[in-house]
Design a binder for this molecule. Structure first.
Ligand code: SAM
Length: 262
């Protein structure tokens, strides 16, 4: 692919940390964001815009978890989705994003320091909660993906319980992820959750997962072992670019699977 066709991602000068466990360390993220102005994990908005538009309306209130230095909220705002709140654990990421959005005049986007494992918002506050690559962080050092360590599972459960709680009765959780359906299924389909669980994919070569969980829409026969249903959505991939080295590092313990294994 010609350089000029690549998405406008400002790549970091170095690859990732020496060990994946650093992704669980807030100090790693603070140090990283001190020198990183923009980096998009997985893919940038242009690759999944067509999917987002089916699930977020212009007047939706949206919470983004772990915004980092991504420009996802800028893109949503520019398309008229203006009721946006972003949180990140890293104070540095939050400060830099507040500055960037102010400089663009996007004053009404709330950017707050917060922990997605302990969300501070009132019950039923948002129409949509979205995350890209943030839930994946919980699994970077979780051991066997078929039997992840209890600490990772407990964190993922705490995150999902918070998301479910802050969603309005018919709200939607969108999770854009490396994590594959057979690993996400037991978490998403836990009995305490009332959401339906569907997904689609985007990207060429390596597929990324776009999960759509609709609160209050669980089918009566769903259980933790039930499949996360794949929905047919026309795929669109604007760029056939290679995964960068950090992407490979990030999904260290996630294996490839083909369609008939799902
Ligand atoms: C892999 S990056 C993804 C960043 C961004 N969503 C993107 O797509 O480029 C993970 C982000 O999650 C943040 N993070 C990690 N643990 C978090 C937590 N418990 N609560 C909120 N944010 C967290 C990190 O600071 C980092 O910004």
């Amino acid at each position: 692919m010609d350089e000029s066709e690549k998405p406008s991602e400002a790549k970091r000068s170095t690859v990732g940390p020496p060990s994946v466990s650093a992704y669980l360390d807030p100090n790693y993220w603070n140090e990283r964001f001190a020198s990183e102005d923009h980096y998009e994990w997985l893919k940038d908005y242009s690759h999944f815009r067509h999917l987002i538009h089916q699930h977020i309306k212009h007047d939706s209130s949206v919470l983004e978890l772990g915004c980092g230095s991504s420009q996802l909220c800028d893109e949503l705002y520019e398309e008229g989705i203006t009721d946006l709140t972003c949180i990140d654990l890293s104070a540095v990421a939050v400060h830099k994003m507040q500055k960037r959005l102010l400089s663009k005049g996007y004053k009404d986007i709330n950017v707050l320091q917060g922990d997605m494992l302990n969300l501070s918002f009132a019950d039923e506050s948002f129409d949509v909660v979205i995350e890209k690559g943030t839930m994946d962080v919980l699994f970077v050092d979780s051991g066997d993906p078929w039997n992840p360590r209890p600490e990772a599972v407990n964190k993922a459960k705490a995150m999902l319980q918070g998301v479910h709680r802050v969603l309005k009765p018919h709200g939607t959780f969108i999770s854009i992820a490396f994590g594959q359906p057979h690993f996400r299924r037991p978490l998403f389909n836990a009995p305490e959750f009332t959401w339906s669980t569907d997904y689609t994919t985007f990207g060429d070569g390596f597929h990324y997962f776009f999960y759509i969980l609709r609160k209050g829409c669980k089918s009566l026969d769903a259980d933790a072992d039930a499949d996360v249903k794949k929905v047919d959505t026309p795929s669109l991939c604007l760029y056939q670019d290679e995964l960068d080295d950090e992407d490979y590092l990030f999904r260290t313990n996630i294996d490839e699977c083909d369609d008939d294994q799902r």
